[in-house]
Design a protein around this ligand. Structure first.
Ligand code: ZN
Length: 263
């Protein structure tokens, strides 16, 4: 039932999906030298921050200080572009305006922590080093909790759990994702819970989950109605065709129609 994708609890933590020495811009060139690699890591971090801030603004996650964050985000791409140009050999190290870049990078810590808190408030369980990359840059999919295993360890009295979910893509076979989460005691998942999962396709076991929205009792019949209505109409048409074809008498047609309408 469950395919590959699981890791054993004792397996080492996966490498960060976006680490490595390839240029952060995605061009594929390999970045050599410690200083260049440090600038590359900075460019990657800033690109991720920009993407997460952009999505957080677009999705209305930021409720306070949105204008300030907009201004902050607007300033970012120029810094990232100078880092890219430098790594591509188009701009010397002396011309990248390092102070401005480092300043922006340091200031991004505040909105990042605010956004992370907001993300947890809207129900995501996420222990990723790059939560916004996973939740807002990743893929979303319906899943079910299939295993919850207590590690017997805690962080700030919050239990550490191995959580395995079975993800069900619409277009391919189900697969399992497994990750360790630190959760509050009131939010321990149960086997069988329906969840929404967000994962990084480059590192599927770096995932986040939240409870799937459940239909309320009042909403359920309304949701069922549109499905059954066309079905009933189709059956009535079938009956009418049978009568026209002479397969049903008028009285048989009326009886079948009443039975259908009362069902
Ligand atoms: Zn590049």
């Amino acid at each position: 039932m469950i395919e590959a994708g699981s890791t054993h609890p004792d397996a080492p933590e996966a490498e960060p999906a976006l680490g490595g020495n390839l240029c952060f811009c995605g061009c594929g060139r390999s970045i050599k030298g410690l200083r260049s690699r440090a600038r590359n890591a900075l460019g990657r971090r800033m690109s991720l921050d920009l993407a997460m801030f952009r999505i957080a603004l677009d999705e209305g996650i930021v409720t306070e200080g949105a204008a300030e964050l907009e201004a902050f985000v607007a300033e970012g791409p120029a810094h990232v572009e100078r880092l890219r140009a430098n790594l591509h050999g188009e701009l010397s190290r002396n011309d990248i305006d390092k102070d401005a870049i480092v300043s922006w990078s340091k200031r991004s810590a505040d909105p990042r922590s605010v956004l992370l808190k907001r993300t947890l408030e809207v129900g995501w369980a996420c222990d990723s080093g790059d939560p916004f990359n996973v939740i807002y840059g990743g893929r979303r999919i319906a899943a079910t909790i299939v295993e919850v295993e207590d590690t017997q360890s805690t962080v700030n009295e919050r239990p550490r759990l191995w959580v395995t979910v079975e993800a069900r893509p619409a277009d391919s076979r189900p697969f399992a994702l497994r990750k360790r989460f630190t959760v509050s005691r009131g939010a321990i998942p149960n086997v069988g819970d329906a969840v929404e999962v967000a994962y990084d396709p480059a590192d599927p076991n770096d995932f986040a989950y939240r409870s799937a929205p459940m239909p309320t009792r009042g909403a359920a019949p309304d949701e069922a109605a549109p499905e059954s209505a066309p079905d009933r109409i189709a059956q009535l048409k079938d009956l009418a065709e049978l009568r026209e074809a002479g397969a049903l008498t008028d009285s048989e047609f009326e009886a079948e129609k009443q039975r259908l309408l009362n069902s």
